[in-house]
Design a binder for this molecule. Structure first.
Ligand code: K1U
Ligand code: ZN
Length: 167
């Protein structure tokens, strides 16, 4: 089992736009395995490769109570959005902060699986919210960027203070 260090906001590497995966090979499958170990240990319901400083378009999500329904999305693309959800979100890169964010309630998505096969999925509710949150990470966007300027300033100050304490 390999646990990968998770980048913490406001680390500038969280703003990197991830590159497409050109070939789904054993290196990508090892990354997925290590990301899953890291997400389950955290614990979290999702993780993007960006958060472990690997700038490739790979995300994983498991919203099951039993923690045994891992969804892997490589090169994910949202092809349709509908409805509106106002869901409380957290982020393993911004620990301890939970805030409501407006997202699409339902999405359709195209991606590759861990064998490089293309598939399509319709997702709603928490699964849809979590997938949108993780795809934002691949675009270099952290959920706090949806919040008011004041909230962002407070969160930034809190994390900069924490950073100074560990240095
Ligand atoms: O991307 C991440 O940092 C993971 C994040 C995913 C997420 C959570 C909530 C809404 C949208 C996206 C987390 O997993 S934060 C931790 C969390 O919410 C949780 C952890 C354990 C059990 C249940 C939830
Ligand atoms: Zn996150």
């Amino acid at each position: 089992m390999a646990l990968l260090p998770i980048l913490r906001y406001p680390d500038p590497r969280l703003h990197t736009v991830a590159a497409l995966v050109s070939r789904v090979d054993d290196r990508i499958r090892k990354l997925i395995k290590d990301m899953a170990d890291t997400m389950y240990a955290a614990p979290g319901v999702g993780l993007a490769a960006t958060q472990v400083d690997i700038h490739r378009r790979v995300i994983i999500v498991d919203i099951s109570e039993t923690r045994d329904q891992l969804n892997v999305f490589i090169n994910p693309e949202i092809t349709a959005r509908s409805g509106a959800a106002d869901c409380e979100e957290g982020c393993l890169s911004v620990p301890g902060i939970f805030e409501k964010v407006k997202r699409a309630e339902r999405i359709k998505l195209r991606a590759l699986d861990a064998h490089g096969r293309s598939f399509e999925l319709a997702a709603a509710g928490m699964l849809a919210v979590c997938i949108q949150h993780e795809i934002d990470h691949l675009e270099g966007k952290v959920f706090v960027e949806y919040l008011s300027r004041l909230k962002q300033q407070r969160i930034l100050a809190k994390f900069k203070k924490q950073q100074r304490r560990v240095m």
